[in-house]
Design a protein around this ligand. Structure first.
Ligand SMILES: CC(C)(COP(=O)(O)OP(=O)(O)OC[C@H]1O[C@@H](n2cnc3c(N)ncnc32)[C@H](O)[C@@H]1OP(=O)(O)O)[C@@H](O)C(=O)NCCC(=O)NCCS
Length: 379
């Protein structure tokens, strides 16, 4: 590397591969998978269908979707040693630590873990999409001092997850809402965790390692976790009456508002619009929840004061409230992100490794030169 070559801090703007999966236009607030806008996926599709489409590169036929769905259902069970290990994890550790460990444990127990052929990777990827749900639910139940529930084959991916954490089947409306929330998080082009999964797989390491490293990456608060911070903020604000003064004071102090701003979107994140539209439908039926009313006040002030600088609500602005409405507690928001994003990780690893090249960037050396080793007693 020459001394004059510019350093791309944070790899911003560095293009290292091509992808057919996800298109984003941050200026216009567009997100599309396989060319289809996220709003249409959210309205008409399911987590299973979007996952199948991304893995196969096209909208599936009914037969393809049925077969994909059946495979996921048949792969949901976790091996007993993993269930036992989960119940032994300290209840104080973050659920993302527990999830990272459980997924790695699944690899230890799989005799085919090191199969990095396209078919082998795909088979493990499918297994992990199915088992991620059961693992998160088991981690959740262990914190309630409750035994894990075996998955139910008669329920969809979204419905079965809600069943496994609650112990009773969700209503069709709850299932639909959760399914939509998953759809919104399935893939988002070259984000940090997807890049991490690809970097691991590019060494020809196995799919368990790729997903385990991606979970570690997602765990960081600069990636997953912002919706937890939004809920903390809403709890701190407390009432609709306090909202305007709280946000105005924060902006006057040049402090960041959680759930607002995005590295890519310089207009409304389209996923935040889908969630807001949903919240409005609920509000019409049941009246506006306190959280929703506070968010409305914040959104108005943020758009007025920061919109001209391209700072608008992002997906995390509303997603925490949706998860809370479904009875999912804050520490499980990031695991829910993983539950959705695993399909994006698997599809991206598949796509990249088809024409694999080891990811190995360069750092400019700025240390000392021409030094000599000195024995320790002479230092
Ligand atoms: C997501 C995020 C890191 C992207 O930011 P970025 O592109 O790196 O931009 P920066 O953090 O460098 O901010 C650029 C400017 O916008 C302002 N800004 C960015 N996000 C802001 C926010 N949420 N609230 C208020 N001001 C914000 C910064 O204060 C900074 O202002 P300055 O130029 O006067 O110093 C940032 O918007 C953020 O921290 N948002 C809150 C956390 C969040 O919701 N994350 C989830 C993302 S999906």
């Amino acid at each position: 590397m020459s001394d004059t070559q510019e350093i791309a801090r944070g790899l911003e703007g560095v293009v290292f591969t091509e992808s057919k999966l996800t298109y984003i236009d941050g200026e216009r607030g567009i997100l599309a998978h396989l060319g289809i806008p996220i709003q249409e996926w959210a309205e008409h599709s399911s987590f299973e269908e979007l996952s199948c489409a991304l893995l196969n590169g096209h909208l599936p036929s009914q037969a393809e979707l049925d077969s994909f769905d059946q495979s996921l259902k048949s792969l949901r069970n976790l091996p007993q040693p993993v269930l036992e290990a989960i119940s032994g994890y300290p209840k104080t550790c973050h659920p993302m630590q527990a999830l990272r460990t459980a997924i790695s444990h699944l690899g230890v127990l799989d005799p085919d873990a090191d199969d990095v052929s396209p078919a082998g990777r795909r088979a493990i990827g499918l297994k992990l999409i199915a088992q991620m749900s059961t693992a998160i639910a088991a981690i959740y139940r262990s914190r309630q001092n409750a035994a894990p529930l075996p998955p139910r084959e008669d329920l969809s991916h979204a419905g079965n997850f809600l069943y496994m954490i609650r112990g009773s089947a969700p209503t069709p409306e709850e299932t639909r809402l959760f399914d939509m929330a998953l759809i919104l998080q399935v893939d988002h082009s070259m984000n940090a965790s997807t890049f991490t999964a690809i970097a691991t797989a590019s060494t020809l390491s196995d799919m368990y390692s790729a997903v385990t490293s991606a979970i570690g990456s997602l765990k960081g608060p600069l990636h997953g976790g912002a919706n937890e911070a939004v809920m903390d903020m809403l709890d701190e604000i407390g009432s609709v009456e306090n909202a305007a003064a709280y946000i105005t004071a924060k902006l006057d102090r040049h402090e960041k508002i959680m759930g607002v701003g995005h590295r890519v979107y310089k207009y409304f994140d389209p996923r935040s619009r889908v969630l807001r539209d949903y919240a409005e439908v609920v509000a019409k039926k049941q009246g506006k929840s306190r959280y929703y009313q506070i968010l409305e006040v914040i959104e108005k002030i943020v758009v007025e004061r920061l919109g001209s600088r391209g700072i608008y609500p992002n997906v995390d602005f509303y997603s925490g409230v949706v998860y809370s409405d479904l009875g999912i507690p804050k520490p499980f928001f990031t695991p829910i992100f993983a539950l959705a994003r695993i399909s994006g990780w698997v599809a991206s690893v598949d796509e990249y490794t088809e024409h694999n090249r080891l990811l190995r960037p360069t750092a400019r050396y700025v240390g000392l030169n021409d030094q000599h080793y000195r024995p320790i007693e002479q230092r």
